[in-house]
Design a binder for this molecule. Structure first.
Ligand code: GLY
Ligand code: MN
Ligand code: MN
Length: 454
């Protein structure tokens, strides 16, 4: 088994190499083989979302929609109609409108979608209710994300009811609504060459931002000042955060989804940072935990080493043919033995694992699929069995220990130590590649980096 990663990569450029249009066409073709000639798929774009008043959140395309289209505008629907004469790939989108474009930005428009995005035909989204039922006629099955967007569910139902009303005219309405996620997310689970290149870039930008934060950290800084290092680094490299960064000093590290990030960082405390860059809609997701003053205390180092050993043990289980659960089980074994050695648990490891006693200090799982969504699409089980790891899957490995002072019987020296170490890992033919290896995680390496930055 080989674990690769850690080589110095080439200098970071501001942008990725664009994914060729042929890649999106190949994804649609793969999905259409699954739909069959009686099927039709409908994939709506994500809506714009108001943040407050009339201000929107920055627009982020829906991952399924973008994966299949490469098209990043809101107010669009893609339809895939295998074998349809007159075109299998139809897009409804916003029309060009020079006066609106002055206010809200450029639009590709239907003609542009045909010319640049490979659509066989494209229409104004305002004609959706008029034209879409035509695409459903005489098809048996409609594939879409059933139950994800109530408004879209209602619209699909209305289109189908409209066709049912034409039964006496000889029109067959679709009889089955099938959740597209089962097949589409299985497809997204296995990353292709361009996706892997983009994931590596997201991983690398994320990693180098963590390095910058380690270099800059000083006692007395505010958590948000470290968060700012990430935001600055990400934007400089044409990325955005792939989720809200967590910067938790001291006891805040024991709050798993802490993201107020508004407290001072104290001399003698650790800081846990969980932050990742999204590059071209692919997520990085890294956690590092390091001493605010650049030197681990003895107690911090003891706990840190347990988590690091657990992470190494888990990564060693990421290889083709192993189960999804194997890295988690390996991490739990090392963490439980460590908790016994630290005096935080008493008993036999097997018993403490069976009873779940470790969960007082380790209450989450060891990872998740990684891709366009930080918690990416794809099933974790195949029937009743944890699924087997295969080349092209990407996942995180992120064990931790969270020793809140509120837990009864914890010696004072360990109070409020919260540690997580998270890397992004690609399953390869030989084993795995740690895509985020450019940010140190050995305690001595972190100390050396932080001393150097001073
Ligand atoms: N940052 C989210 C996670 O680690 O799962
Ligand atoms: Mn994660
Ligand atoms: Mn994370």
């Amino acid at each position: 088994m080989t674990v690769t990663g850690g080589k110095r990569m080439q200098k970071l450029s501001a942008t990725t190499v664009p994914t060729p249009r042929t890649v999106y066409a190949a994804r649609r073709a793969q999905l259409m083989r699954h739909l069959g000639k009686d099927g039709v798929a409908l994939i709506p774009a994500a809506p714009e979302v108001l943040r407050n008043g009339d201000s929107h959140y920055p627009y982020r395309p829906d991952s399924d929609f973008y994966y299949l289209t490469g098209f990043a505008e809101p107010e669009a629907v893609a339809a895939l109609v295998p074998g349809r004469r007159g075109g299998e790939y139809i897009v409804f989108c916003r029309p060009r409108d020079p006066s609106k474009e002055i206010w809200t930005g450029r639009r590709v428009g239907p003609a542009g979608v045909v010319q640049h995005y490979g659509a066989d035909a494209a229409y104004d989204i305002a004609r959706l209710d008029e034209l879409l039922p035509e695409l459903l006629k005489n098809r048996q099955r409609i594939f879409f994300s059933v139950g994800r967007r109530a408004e879209f569910d209602t619209r699909v139902t209305a289109w189908v009811n409209g066709l049912r009303a034409k039964a006496r005219a000889g029109v067959h309405a679709p009889r089955e609504f099938v959740d597209i996620e089962h097949c589409l997310h299985e497809q997204r689970l296995f990353k292709g060459k361009h996706e892997i290149a983009t994931l590596r870039r997201a991983a690398q930008v994320s990693a180098l931002a963590h390095v910058a934060a380690m270099r800059l950290c000083r006692p007395g800084m505010m958590e948000y000042e470290l968060e700012a290092v990430f935001l600055h680094y990400f934007r400089r490299h044409n990325c955005v955060p792939s989720y809200n960064p967590i910067v938790g000093g001291g006891a805040n590290a024991c709050i798993l989804h802490y993201n107020e990030n508004n407290m001072p960082l104290s001399d003698g405390d650790l800081v846990l940072i969980d932050a990742g860059a999204e590059a071209e809609y692919y997520a990085g997701d890294i956690t590092r935990t390091f001493p605010v003053n650049g030197r681990f205390s003895a107690a911090q180092r003891e706990v840190y080493q347990v988590v690091l050993d657990a992470q190494y043990a888990a990564i060693a289980k990421v290889r083709p043919g192993n189960h999804w659960q194997d890295p988690h089980d390996a991490a739990v074994r090392v963490l439980t033995r460590g908790l016994i050695e630290l005096g935080l648990l008493r008993g036999k490891p097997a018993q403490l694992i069976k009873s779940g006693a470790f969960r007082t200090f380790y209450m989450h799982r060891t990872g998740h699929w990684l891709g366009m969504d930080v918690h990416d699409a794809g099933a974790y089980k195949d029937g009743d069995e944890w699924r087997l790891l295969r080349p092209g899957m990407a996942l995180t490995v992120e064990p931790g220990l969270y020793i809140s002072a509120h837990i009864k019987g914890v010696p004072k020296r360990y109070w409020d130590i919260g540690i997580r170490i998270e890397d992004d890992v690609l399953v390869t033919r030989e084993g795995c590649e740690v895509m985020t290896a450019e940010v140190p995680k050995e305690a001595a390496e972190i100390e050396a980096l932080m001393a150097h930055g001073r």
